[in-house]
Design a binder for this molecule. Sequence first.
Ligand SMILES: C[S@@+](CC[C@H](N)C(=O)[O-])C[C@H]1O[C@@H](n2cnc3c(N)ncnc32)[C@H](O)[C@@H]1O
Length: 502
Amino acid sequence: MKSAQMRLRLEPDLHRKFIEKSRENGVPAAKLMRDFISTYVGEQTCALGIREKMTHQSVQSDKQQEIIRPIQYLGSKLRSISPIIEFAQKNLNPSSTVLDIFTGTSVVAQAFANIGMNVIASDVMGYSYHFSRSLLGSANGSHFRNPESFFAYIDSHLDFNLIQKAYGDWIKRERDAVNSSDAESLFKVSRDIPQIWRRLGQTPEQVYLFDNLSKLKGQKISTIPGIVSTHYAGTYFGIFQSQMLDTIRIETEKGYITGELSDWDYSASITALLFAASSASFTPGKHFAQYHQITDKKDLAFHKKRILLDRSVDISEKYKEMLERIWSRAAKNNPNHVPIKKSMEELCQDNSDLSSVDLVYADPPYTAQQYSRFYHVPEIISEYRVPNLQVFRGKITKGLYDNSRFNSRFSSKRSSPKAFEDLASLSRGIDSDLVISYSESAEHSTGNSRMIDLDSLKTICRKYFPVVRDERLEHSYRQFNSSNSAVVSRSDDEVLLVCERK
Ligand SMILES: C[S@@+](CC[C@H](N)C(=O)[O-])C[C@H]1O[C@@H](n2cnc3c(N)ncnc32)[C@H](O)[C@@H]1O
């Protein structure tokens, strides 16, 4: 199916049903698709989001504790949780300890916790650590009585002074454009606003901010609320949104340093802020591989709608909404779950955190897409570290990538087999079973090819485990095509590769 901006490959069955619907209602297929997309844009969600909401609700009603996906995440297992949990319930006793070793958004770890298991949730990314610490931790660890008093504390400390001086006029221009639904002016603001990497037209106040931040490249900071506003304003976020992200983030840091925020508060605040950032991001699929590029050559109808919607997202409201949800989930958590920020390789070097693990659940990357590239902005906000922007052929990269990003061996065809060897060896070494989630790429799909095929993976696992079998789960799977410009929905075989000690 084709429209001006986008090609969608529909499964034959879905395509047939789509055409039937269009005939049944006497509506041209293209109009039906347009209406569908405008509903999607209007609700700021997509077909997947709707399905995910349904799954999420059913998981919630089963377990009475909400599973929260803090950001839109490539390869999130939100929709395949049930079979994973059913497997655990069938094969483990209820008080077992599970290590979710590539926990990402922590949704699977939350589901294990919901059925009473003890969970260790680990990932190499810093944002993931905060997701796990807030969503698996206990709100009893908060220094506040309730989410309202937490929010009131942050809100009353926000200091807009510095950014207002540097960007006050730009914020006004942006607000006028949003209020009058003037997407062209928003594009212009986005193209012209001075940034640390594009200094043309900078004012003395901006020079002050740029120079001070440049001196701290690569360092975590707690005094200058300006990282987002000087690097990602007008691109990934609006200027006012960037100001809010900066000021909330810096107050979170200050509150933590002075002891007014507890460990749990600190992670809850960062998680809620990243939810807001993900909701506002002006990017395909809400990941951060690149922001929507505005060029004169393009038909910009889609981008106009998108920028008006994305720039209207209220960071403070989203932050508050997520704080409340996190609080309500964490109020019921047992306090024994353990978040870890480590690469699998670090855990292989030192497995002392992993005594008494009964099951390792592994959902590693299978494509060449590096999570650290797709989620570099959440990582920078989470660490509040001044990015050292990567330069390629003399130019700053289009995605404004940070130089110091983790490269996963699982995302390389050459290194992936050895990485899986290490995973199997680690699991066997701590005397645990291992369950690996694997998504097979459909034949002729436009998707990204897998770094390892299922048979090779099984061969590796058989070196370490006497019993290796697969369980197939049918469900549809979303991913981005190679140009990252279109969402492709199709049916992939999702496999659980079960490796048992006995
Ligand atoms: C497919 S995602 C996991 C998604 C997760 N199950 C969820 O539902 O949100 C893979 C995760 O592996 C992490 N990762 C990749 N290589 C890693 C490594 N060598 N050690 C630890 N984590 C790694 C990435 O940061 C990413 O969060």
